[in-house]
Design a protein around this ligand. Sequence first.
Ligand SMILES: Cc1cc2nc3c(=O)[nH]c(=O)nc-3n(C[C@H](O)[C@H](O)[C@H](O)COP(=O)(O)OP(=O)(O)OC[C@H]3O[C@@H](n4cnc5c(N)ncnc54)[C@H](O)[C@@H]3O)c2cc1C
Length: 423
Amino acid sequence: MKLLILGGGFGGLRLARLLNNKPGIDITIIDRFNYHQFQPLFYQVATAALDASNISFPLRKAFHNSKNVRIRMAEIERIDTVTKQVITNEDSYSYDYLVIATGASTNFFGNKNLEQHAFPMKSTVEALQLRHKLIQNFEDALHTNDATELQRLMNIVVVGGGPTGVELSGAIAEMKKYVLPKDYPELDFSKMNIYLLEAAGKTLAAMSEQSSNNSLTYLQRLGVTVKINALLQDYDGENVTLKDGTLIPSKLVIWAAGIKGNIPAGIDPSLVARGNRIKVDAFNFVQGMNNVFAIGDIAYMEEEAFPNGHPQVAPVAIQQATLLAKNLLHLRQGKIAQPFRYNDKGAMATVGRNLAVVDVPKPKLHFGGFFAWLIWMGLHLMLILGVKNRFFVFTNWLYNYVTYDQSLRLIFKEFYRKDEVNN
Ligand SMILES: Cc1cc2nc3c(=O)[nH]c(=O)nc-3n(C[C@H](O)[C@H](O)[C@H](O)COP(=O)(O)OP(=O)(O)OC[C@H]3O[C@@H](n4cnc5c(N)ncnc54)[C@H](O)[C@@H]3O)c2cc1C
């Protein structure tokens, strides 16, 4: 069986690892990067708490002793389901079975200004770019005598009150409290504002009422200005305009307000669901096909308990990959495949030091604070790939906890976006 896996993220990598060294299956993973990214901790890279290498794991290292898994670093361009080929910027690859696990990327909802000026955080490189911009703004603040420009440099706007926006604004607020005044004693940090804009009526809207309320309390306690029912209309690199006409001058807007599936060309538009996801059946077969699957963020599967599709989170990708590995082995043995049922073990988000929220569905529990924060840390440590990475993340966290400091506030100019370098 020639199995082609598109994407080495949570879903693609899990699938390949479960089929590693299984006789009779020849696997190729194609990804634009040669490493797996642990996206839940991007915000700590962006806020200089972790090094990028701590949350990235070389794909090839995961298959050092593999007889059947090969990696190709390439940009996937098109799928031809008739000739059973995937075309990349490097080569074409044929398949017997194809698994699309290309995840999701930032959705700017067609706003070109936002796309040009706001900072997304959907890859390790973007997290680094964000870190550089964040720190460079304070360096620039030291060089300006213009009070309006200074305020613009010291206002940070995070858009999107989901877990990413909440985690980011909490982490930036902690930098403001513990680190930045020591780095830049010439600046008056009482003038630094961190705005979190959320279009809906509450932060962490997908979580329980209690967790949502707790997150708001924690953010306010950290000094974040949370604006709910606040719809961003435009951002020109200098000012944020809200739908109600409010203007917020800011040189840094972080966009954490929308994602869309990375569908390679060649998928029929009739198979595309809301959020640019591919419609799949209960076995993760792309609807109407018997040799193409989609798993994880890119897959849209309706289940009784999830009539609008599953949440785009790592456990869904991991569970779908785990079942698909079993089903592919069963398929070869002529056995019956099992349909997918998502086992929702709950949701969590951290806001800052000793502050997190956790929802558990069975038994129904919602709690926050220090205990929730410990659980959040333990779970994330368990999920990070590689013993070395786990060790470094843990020691970094311990160091940061004890010293109230991080040591990664470095600016490597080459990482800047093109428009920034040109300025
Ligand atoms: C900032 C952030 C924080 C998050 N926090 C959490 C969290 O706390 N808990 C949680 O459960 N989930 C979290 N998520 C969501 C979680 O990361 C995703 O649900 C999960 O990664 C989905 O797995 P996947 O395998 O479908 O896709 P991904 O893990 O995104 O993998 C997709 C892979 O496909 C590759 N790819 C895509 N397009 C192409 C192309 N054209 N050519 C080549 N390669 C391509 C990508 O490089 C990537 O390696 C977070 C996501 C982000 C962005």
